[in-house]
Design a protein around this ligand. Structure first.
Ligand code: R5P
Length: 305
């Protein structure tokens, strides 16, 4: 088995390597003065042919660059004769654009799937996709891991919490978490203005006044959903507000705005590397390294003939 890492989330890749008891394999990733990327894997021709190869790369900021780097990685490995190359993409960037919301829009999630396959990857491991549709865009095997079991520790000591789904898209996800944790669940009715992105909350199907609520989402991006849902629940009398999400994108002023919101605690995972300047007092980051290492150890993808 060989484990490689792109540049987008080296701390996570190092943790996975440690859990697996291996070192990250050598690669040289450079940028030319004009910004173009070059990936060189210094291995002998065909020396990787019978290896299970894993490349860890999140498609986080700057998504275009990190995607290109991943694709060049796949190409370099394929040229060396590698046959079984799994892209470990903890955060599948471009997944929010998973359908044509307005006529004439690109379906980015579908195109990214094609890029990854064309680059030479034969399988994908990822986490909590934005929608089930994305899986269908891949014709190579894709394992979607879930972070749900990681939150138990955070929730222990809160036997009467209510899980809250922020929107229709997150309903199944939240229902599922509530079932695992044996907690009640409430559903918010959220709308987003397609042009400007403004989020507003219309209502909730349960009385949460005096309760501790845990809003559960896949992504915190601009923080608009987190702030609007927390503001609404605060007005409805929630006693404490937690926000759990798998992917902490935190674009723009998200971290500052969330720190100043009624949210008491935010829990995200390290599917995306969060640099020190984006860490804020209310934030807790839990690691998915164990889940990736376990999946790599148990992976049943077949080497293509
Ligand atoms: C929406 O469909 C998603 O599940 C998230 O709620 C959304 O992507 C979060 O984005 P933002 O933080 O910009 O509101």
């Amino acid at each position: 088995m060989k484990l490689f890492s792109g540049t987008s989330n080296l701390p996570l890749a190092q943790k996975v390597a440690e859990k697996l008891g291996v070192s990250l394999s050598d690669v040289e990733i450079k940028r030319f003065p004009d910004g173009e990327c070059k990936v060189w894997v210094p291995a002998k021709q065909d020396s990787l042919a019978n290896e299970d190869i894993f490349v860890i790369q999140s498609l986080s900021y700057i998504a275009d660059q990190n995607l290109m780097e991943l694709c060049l990685f796949g190409d370099a490995l394929k040229r060396l004769g590698a046959k079984k190359i799994t892209a470990v993409v903890p955060w599948m960037g471009y997944s929010k654009q998973d359908k044509e919301f307005r006529k004439g829009e690109a379906v980015s999630a579908q195109l990214v799937a094609k890029f990854i396959e064309t680059a030479g990857f034969t399988g994908v491991i990822t986490f909590d996709l934005h929608s089930p549709k994305i899986k269908e865009y891949f014709s190579i095997p894709l394992v979607e891991l879930s972070t749900k079991n990681l939150y138990q520790e955070e929730i222990d000591g809160c036997p009467s919490c209510i899980i809250v789904s922020p929107d229709k898209g997150g309903r199944n996800r939240s229902d599922n978490l509530a079932e695992i944790l044996n907690l009640p669940v409430a559903h918010l009715d959220k709308t987003r203005d397609l042009a400007g992105g403004a989020v507003s909350i219309q209502g909730i199907d349960k009385d949460i006044s005096g309760e501790t609520v845990i809003i559960f989402d896949d992504i915190i991006n601009t923080g608009s959903t987190a702030i609007a849902t927390a503001g609404f629940l605060h007005e409805k009398g929630a006693k404490q507000i937690f926000f759990f999400a798998t992917h902490g994108v935190f674009s723009g002023q998200a971290t500052k705005n969330i720190q100043n919101s009624p949210i008491d605690k935010v829990v995200v995972t390290d599917t995306i590397y969060i640099p020190p300047e984006k860490v804020f007092p209310k934030l807790k980051i839990i690691s998915v390294a164990d889940l990736i290492a376990e999946e790599i150890q148990n992976l049943k993808f077949k080497i293509p003939q």
